[in-house]
Ligand binder design. Structure first.
Ligand code: NDP
Length: 267
């Protein structure tokens, strides 16, 4: 599994301290990319960096940045620090996200703002700051949205709205920057077992991978959840020159979940 045009490219991946972002970092490592790993958890970032080094990336070709995307200065700092270390940015993967549950009635405006800030506003800012540098490299962007951007789930209203916004941000930005030679695409994953289920109890308290699998049998047409590697491969493909004629697309990678009705899922 090797996509063209990823070797030696400088790849900034938000939310790479765990889950889909961490797994995607390992796939870029296998392609010989240079990596900027970021999240709030420094210890997790160091663990992911170690794994990428074990996969062949030079220590000097990995930069870890502890940053909170809820803070504008931290978000802008990601691009500044990447430029300071590598003098270029080729690929931006906007993957970080939070999913605190809430119906309309019990989602406070503070919670709504927090979700929108991390999941959508920070991506808008990151794209703005990164674009001049991506223009210089004719780079590409992949945004990690969600199946929840394509169809509603009543128990995570703010999250769904943020992800639907991300999908349209992908289309608007892709059109905006296409003539500069920059491509912007998105992925909409279905259920993939990661820490997000433990952090937010989305499918109930103290969930296990088996609980998600049971739920996925019902909610996904293929009758199973996805894997971090399956999502990461699509992200790598969309970032690579193998997808050079694709821009402005948001691609469901959800085992057919978006083909099915939401009734019975996450309620
Ligand atoms: P994880 O919780 O494992 O990863 C989320 C990542 O986002 C972590 O690295 C976390 O880093 C980072 N993050 C969260 N808040 C902030 C913040 N304020 N500042 C900086 N980084 C932050 O979950 P996943 O890997 O599952 O999620 C990755 C993306 O995939 C998300 O956007 C999610 O919405 C999306 N997704 C996931 C699905 C799934 O089933 N797992 C399904 C559909 C979409 P740290 O904790 O170190 O700050």
């Amino acid at each position: 599994m090797f996509y063209e045009g990823l070797k030696d490219k400088v790849v900034l991946i938000t939310g790479s301290s765990s889950g889909i972002g961490a797994g995607t970092a390992e796939l870029f490592a296998k392609h010989g990319s240079k990596l900027v790993l970021t999240g709030r958890n420094t210890a997790n970032l160091e663990e992911v960096a170690k794994k990428c080094i074990a996969l062949g990336v030079n220590k000097s070709d990995i930069l870890t940045i502890t940053a909170d995307l809820a803070k504008e200065e931290d978000t802008v700092g990601l691009v500044e620090k990447t430029l300071a270390r590598f003098s270029r940015l080729d690929i931006l993967i906007a993957n970080a996200g939070i999913c605190p549950p809430g119906y309309l009635a019990n989602t406070t405006m503070e919670l709504y703002d927090e979700v929108m800030n991390v999941n959508l506003r920070s991506v808008f800012l990151l794209l703005k700051v990164a674009m001049p540098h991506l223009e210089a490299t004719k780079g590409s962007v992949v945004v990690v949205s969600s199946d929840s951007g394509l169809r509603p789930f009543p128990s995570v209203v703010a999250y769904c709205v943020s992800k639907a916004g991300l999908d349209h941000l992908v289309r608007c930005c892709a059109l905006d920057v296409a003539r500069k030679g920059i491509r912007v695409n998105g992925v909409n994953p279905g259920a993939v077992w990661t820490d997000i289920y433990l952090k937010y109890n989305i499918i109930g308290p103290n969930p296990t991978p088996d609980d998600l699998e049971e739920e996925s049998k019902v909610c996904h047409a293929l009758g199973r959840s996805g894997t971090v590697e399956e999502i990461g491969k699509l992200i790598c493909f969309l970032a690579s020159s193998d997808s050079s004629f694709i821009t402005g697309q948001t691609i469901a990678i959800d085992g057919g979940a978006s083909l099915m009705g939401p009734v019975g899922c996450w309620e």
